[in-house]
Design a binder for this molecule. Sequence first.
Ligand code: 8Y4
Length: 276
Amino acid sequence: MIIRCADHSLDLSKPRVMGILNVTPDSFSDGGVFIKPSDAVKHAVRMVEEGAAIIDVGGESTRPGAQSVSLQQELDRVIPVIEALSSVLSVPISIDTSKPEVMREAAVAGAGMINDVCALSAEGAVEAASELQLPVCLMHMQGKPRSMQQQPRYDDVVADVSCFLQQRADVCIDAGIPAQHILLDPGFGFGKTLQHNLLLLQNLENLVSLGYPLLAGISRKRMIGQILDERETDQRLYGSLAAAVIAAMKGASILRVHDVRASVDAIRVTTAVMNQ
Ligand code: 8Y4
C-alpha cells in the first residue's frame, strides 16, 4: 500500500495524482532548444503545492507520430532537471524513459520511480530496473509511437492488454524485481482507437484485479477530444476530470495529469464518497 521510491514514499492507500513535467523544447525553453531547469523546477514545485504526490519528468515526446530523441539529447534534457528537483521536492520523482542509460543516470540524480511506456522492452532495461531497486510502471502500447495510431487492432482489447501486462510483470519478477515495485498501466491512446480506450476505461477493474497498483494517463488525450467533437487540447480539462474520476472509482491508484489542482479536488471528492 505504501511504495518506497528511493528517499521518499508513496502512500497508495487512496488514489494519488502524478503531475506531468515535460522537459522538451516546446516547454521550458527560451524559444530555442535548451531547457531552463529553473522554470521546470518552478512548475514542479507548484504542482506539489497543488497536491501532486509524484512528479513525472519526461524528455522524449511520446505523442503519436513524434520522432525519437538521441540518448545524449534525452540525458541533457532530463538529468539537470532531476538534479535540481531532487534537492527541493518533498515527493518522489518519476523518470519517463525507455532507455536503460537514462534510468541509471536519473536514479543517480535522484529519481525514485521508472515510468516506461515500453514496459522495459529495451535491451538491458529489465536488468537496469532490477539493479536500481526502484519501482517501475509497466505500460501497454501496441506498435511504435511513430505508427501506433495507424491501424490499432485487437481481438479483445481488455484481455490482450491484461495478458501483456501480466506477462511483463512476470518477466520483472523473474529478473528479481519485487512485486511491491511493480505498477501497471493500460496505456490510453498508445495504439488504441477511441472504442479501445473506452472499453479499457469501462473495464479498468479487470486490470486492477491483476493485483498491482494501476496508473492511468488520460489527461488531455485525443480520446477526450474525440468524445467532445474534436475539442482542442487546451479545452479538454472538464472531460479529463470526468475520466480521472471514473478511473479512480474503478480502482486506479495514480492519475497522471497536467492540471493538478483541478484533478486533486476531483479525486478528493471521489475518495470521500468511495470511503463512506
Ligand atoms: C495532450 C497532452 C495530448 C499529452 C496527448 C498527450 C502516458 C505516459 C504518456 C500514460 C504512463 C501524453 C509518458 C502521452 N502517456 N506514461 N506517458 N501512462 N505511465 N499525450 O498514459 O501525455 S505521454
